[in-house]
Design a protein around this ligand. Structure first.
Ligand code: C5P
Length: 270
């Protein structure tokens, strides 16, 4: 199934405090996070699990950051022979995905795959080490007719919902502790990663619907992944096995883990 990959790399990475957008942060081997992410897509193609059509990369609006990321994309396109298009992103991740979808439609063409379907994988640039098997599992689910599929891993912590005790609107309650309002059964929870796979036309429609009716999902900021837009549109979303190596680099601790992995032989076995 012809597949286009949409990589969102327009985040500021403020939680990483690196001073540059997250996708431009250089890991211990001298390569940026975006280069690792692009290479992982090509590794999946070379493993024969993704029939790669093209890649769209959503970059920050800031001209300097955009220019640096565009240079990374150009160099990657030259060495991999994969068509890569860049497009400026938006304030929230969902805005960036929506900006990217317009570019993807051009890259995917109108022919689509068999029966006019075209697979889209939406992927975070901040996940540099996703093994080919995860790409393969997502694509296989799409090929079997699923319109939305996410890779998920079991959750190790107990997850509780909370609220601030006695919070009054505008009250100075910063010191008040949060209070547990419920505990979700851990066995029923999955931490969901990317790449998330979709039938392209269905995801376009779901994002349009979510944008037109913010009440459906709580607005762009609340739409923390793309499967949420599909859920809100009433689609069933499949879950396949993710991988601990699909973790997202968000904090300094994640960066330390990423560099320790690069210095070890762990990644070679995937
Ligand atoms: O912020 P978060 O860690 O959820 O970001 C996940 C991915 O979404 C990152 O790869 C980041 O670059 C991207 N993103 C984006 N546009 C934004 C915010 C995040 O492309 N406005």
């Amino acid at each position: 199934m012809r597949t286009t990959v949409l990589i969102v790399a327009a985040g500021s990475g403020s939680r990483l405090q690196a001073g540059v957008p997250k996708a431009l942060v250089t890991l211990g081997d001298g390569n940026t996070m975006l280069e690792h992410c692009l290479d992982s897509v090509v590794a999946a193609r070379d493993a024969g699990v993704v029939e790669l059509n093209a890649i769209a990369v959503v970059v920050p609006g800031d001209p300097d950051a955009a220019a640096s990321l565009e240079a990374v994309c150009r160099a990657f396109a030259a060495r991999s022979a994969v068509p890569v298009q860049t497009v400026p992103g938006g304030a929230e991740r969902a805005d960036s995905v929506r900006a990217g979808l317009a570019a993807v439609r051009g890259l995917a063409g109108t022919a689509g795959g068999p029966f006019g379907r075209h697979a889209l994988l939406v992927h975070d640039a901040a996940r540099p080490f996703v093994p080919p098997a995860v790409f393969g599992a997502v694509v296989a689910a799409l090929e079997s007719g699923t319109v939305a599929v996410v890779p998920g891993v079991e959750v190790v912590d107990t997850i509780k919902s909370v609220a601030r005790a006695g919070a009054e609107p505008g009250a100075d309650d910063g010191a008040a502790p949060e209070e547990v309002t419920g505990t979700l059964q851990r066995t029923q929870l999955r931490a969901v990663q990317t790449p998330q796979g979709f039938d392209l036309t269905s995801l376009e429609a779901a994002h349009r619907r979510a944008e037109e009716d913010a009440g459906l999902t709580g607005g762009a900021a609340a739409l923390t992944d793309d499967a949420m837009a599909m859920e809100a549109a009433g689609h069933r979303v499949g879950v396949v096995a993710g991988d601990p190596l699909g973790f997202k680099i968000t904090t300094q601790l994640d960066l330390i883990l990423a560099n320790a992995l690069l210095a070890s032989t762990t990644l070679e076995h995937h």
